[in-house]
Design a protein around this ligand. Structure first.
Ligand code: NDP
Length: 244
């Protein structure tokens, strides 16, 4: 194995899609992974697969909406690997619907996971990073954090918020805390599974048909994480070539 990465990396939402692909790629290159999500059996399989190829990973069953769970993930990084270098705020949900449908429960769900989950992750990780004198947040926003689409108003609002919050951390940092925002376009994952409005689910097929593999995003995260301490990759947008 080519040990190019020497970081301890917490990844939320590591049980599928972008988080899972990122865990595999970074672990393959030497990073020690703390894999966080609610589906423990998926995380256990991920850890097994990483270990089978000579990598190191540990699973933490946790809900990003609970601050104590994020603290537990941060403590696991410190207790198991001695430090915490990178926190990837990746967990997210996208139950899209037009605003006029008033799907308040789904709005709250998106706000809780996509925004508060990121706040919880940062709150749990930053004391350790500040004590170490260095750290990096990689926040997964979206093309929907740059543009607003009909049917996606609340999702877009949450992804704009992720970018705004990340930029705020960066502006307040003396350089010891780096912040990378990654904005994917259509990626082949389980993200659309939770859409409960039939017409909306049908509508997103134009995106899912052109979607690219989660590895594309994992490679961008690897690029950002592999930079030397005096380089901060701030913003990456990754779309399928066919996405307008
Ligand atoms: P997936 O649905 O495949 O993965 C979502 C991950 O989030 C799962 O691992 C899930 O794990 C985790 N998750 C959801 N809710 C919680 C929670 N409350 N606590 C902890 N983990 C949670 O989708 P993607 O891989 O596509 O999504 C990853 C990120 O990428 C999201 O932030 C999404 O918004 C963003 N994104 C995705 C795009 C795409 O086209 N796929 C495009 C742009 C951005 P579990 O259910 O086990 O808890």
């Amino acid at each position: 194995m080519n040990n190019k990465l020497d970081q301890v990396v917490v990844i939320t939402g590591a049980s599928s899609g972008i988080g899972e692909a990122t865990a595999h790629l970074l672990a393959k290159d030497g990073a020690k992974i703390v894999a966080v999500a609610r589906r423990k059996s998926r995380l256990d399989q991920l850890v097994k697969d990483i270990e089978a190829t000579g990598g190191q990973a540990i699973a933490v069953e946790a809900d990003v909406t609970a601050f104590e769970d994020m603290q537990c993930a941060a403590e696991t990084a410190k207790d198991t690997y001695g430090r915490l270098d990178v926190w990837v705020n990746n967990a997210g949900v996208m139950p899209l619907s037009p605003v006029e449908m008033n799907r308040i429960d789904e709005w709250n769900w998106m706000v809780d996971v996509n925004i508060k989950g990121v706040l919880n992750g940062v709150a749990a990780a930053q004391p350790l990073m500040r004590a170490q004198g260095s750290g990096q947040f990689v926040n997964i926003s979206s093309v929907a954090g740059h543009l607003v689409f009909p049917g996606a108003a609340v999702y877009c609002a949450t992804k704009f918020a992720v970018r705004a919050f990340g930029e705020g951390i960066r502006m307040e940092s003396d350089g010891s805390i780096r912040v990378t925002n990654i904005s994917p376009g259509a990626i082949k994952t389980e993200l659309t599974d939770h859409i409960s409005v039939a017409e909306v689910k049908e509508g997103v097929k134009t995106f899912t048909e052109i979607a690219i593999d989660a590895d594309a995003v994992a490679r961008a995260i690897h690029f950002a994480v592999a930079q030397p301490a005096d380089v901060d990759i701030n913003e990456v947008i990754i779309r399928p070539s066919k996405q307008t």
